[in-house]
Design a protein around this ligand. Structure first.
Ligand SMILES: [Fe+2]
Ligand SMILES: [Fe+2]
Length: 209
């Protein structure tokens, strides 16, 4: 149990109610619930998961220009290819702004908030829980989301994250959307490592039968 996160949950519930509206607000609570459920299944801290889920879209209501102004104000140094895609900025800006305004939020929670848009090869269990919860919370109705939901508890958290990340890329390809070039820098090392794992070999054998 994370005492720091537990104590911040009532504040975070109120703060996010004041900050987001409608579907975005409902999504934040839904991600928090899904993250708690994933944390319980995969043996991770449920208070950290709830706090990170509640706060992950802290900056989601900001427009592109506001996000870029926030990057400058916070002194964030981000690669140009991230700056070129404002949709990715709300994770890094939220984490940095929350760190500045509320230093009592644990760093592991801020990391999960930061990485829920850009991801990374190095994801902690909490980072992966928030990334996956954001994709599969019950309000997400796509077939891809259902595929990942069906894997919960059946595969490791790492595999679950890899499949959720892969399905995000497929989603963009299917809709003819631009893909952030850094996505491949995450995807390639992830699958290179995964293909060496016993879990992958088992799956490959299953497919060969
Ligand atoms: Fe988000
Ligand atoms: Fe979200």
């Amino acid at each position: 149990m994370s005492q720091a996160s537990k104590e911040l949950i009532p504040w975070a519930e109120q703060a996010i109610r004041e900050r987001l509206k409608g579907g975005r607000l409902a999504h934040s609570f839904s991600v928090a619930e899904t993250a708690v459920s994933l944390a319980s299944i995969y043996g991770e801290d449920q208070d950290d998961a709830r706090l990170a889920g509640l706060l992950h879209d802290w900056d989601k209501q900001l427009g592109d220009a506001e996000l870029l102004a926030r990057v400058a104000d916070l002194g964030l140094e981000l690669p140009q290819e991230v700056l070129d895609m404002p949709i990715l900025l709300h994770g890094p800006t939220a984490a940095a702004a929350l760190r500045r305004e509320f230093p009592q939020i644990p760093e592991r929670v801020l990391s999960a908030i930061h990485l829920h848009t850009v991801a990374s090869v190095e994801m902690s269990p909490l980072d992966m829980i928030i990334y996956v919860a954001d994709k599969i919370e019950p309000k997400r109705s796509s077939r891809d989301a259902q595929f990942i939901r069906d894997e919960v508890g059946q595969v490791s958290l790492r595999e679950l994250f890899i499949d959720a990340y892969g399905s995000s890329i497929i989603h963009l390809v299917k809709r003819h959307r631009y893909i952030y070039p850094g996505a491949l820098d995450v995807w390639n090392p992830l699958v290179t490592e995964y293909r060496k794992s016993p879990a992958y070999r088992e799956q490959a054998q299953g497919r060969a039968k």
